[in-house]
Ligand binder design. Structure first.
Ligand code: GTP
Ligand code: MG
Length: 202
């Protein structure tokens, strides 16, 4: 899949106000600062499309981007930012979970994991919640340019091995970097395959 056009459509804190035209949509979720917005910019080849920052907590709303006038990429706020108040964290999680549970046209959720770190409780719990609710998701390892190629391979392999302690099978896994653009073709090809399927509205 080649991205020819990508444009920002709308920001919301309420899933009910998200676009109502039924198109496939793919959302990016993960801890604050894991690289969600950067990945969206990398996939679309537009550095300024989604706002990024080295300070966690940059994305606070549900942001819709229309790609090739055909499907949406959705940038979600990150969860688990420790500097935010407990109430603030709860509110973000509420916005995210309501969106995920109610957005029928969300074809797949990409769960981003910083490829440098061992499995963290907050991500494992989030995956468990996705599983319990039957949400289709993929794992996307990010920031792999920060590791040597052998370290990237072994870190992501041992992460997956640990997941298999509790999961019967792994979801699709992608290895990416927004800096060297690895994983771009694989992710866009995967999205293209899913876009070819009829939209599954419950
Ligand atoms: P929130 O919106 O705050 O939840 O963060 P986010 O997940 O959208 O992260 P964002 O894309 O804003 O990136 C956070 C920081 O990580 C920025 O300083 C990025 O430049 C950096 N970053 C993101 N992806 C990569 C990557 O693949 N490699 C490297 N080296 N840095 C990255
Ligand atoms: Mg962001």
């Amino acid at each position: 899949m080649i991205v020819n056009t990508a444009r920002f459509v709308v920001s919301n804190s309420d899933f009910k106000k998200c676009p109502t035209d039924m198109r496939h949509e793919f959302a990016f979720i993960g801890r604050s600062n894991v690289g969600k917005s950067s990945l969206i910019n990398m996939l679309t080849g537009n550095k300024g499309l989604a706002q990024t920052s080295s300070t966690p907590g940059k994305t606070l709303l549900i942001n819709h981007f229309l790609i090739n006038d055909q499907w949406y990429l959705v940038d979600l706020p990150g969860y688990g930012y420790a500097q935010r108040s407990k109430e603030g964290r709860k509110e973000i999680l509420r916005i995210i979970k309501e969106y995920i549970l109610n957005r029928e046209q969300m074809t797949c959720l990409f769960l981003l994991i910083d490829g440098r770190h061992k499995p963290q409780k907050i991500d494992l719990e989030f995956m468990e919640w996705l599983g319990e609710n039957g949400i289709p998701f993929c794992i996307v390892f990010t920031k792999l340019d920060k590791l040597s190629s052998s370290a990237a391979k072994s870190a992501t392999a041992s992460y997956c091995a640990q997941l298999l302690d509790t999961w019967e099978e792994l979801p699709p896994v992608f290895r990416t970097s927004s800096v060297d653009r690895r994983g771009k073709t694989e992710l866009l090809d995967y999205i293209e395959q899913l876009c070819a399927l009829p939209l599954q509205a419950d």
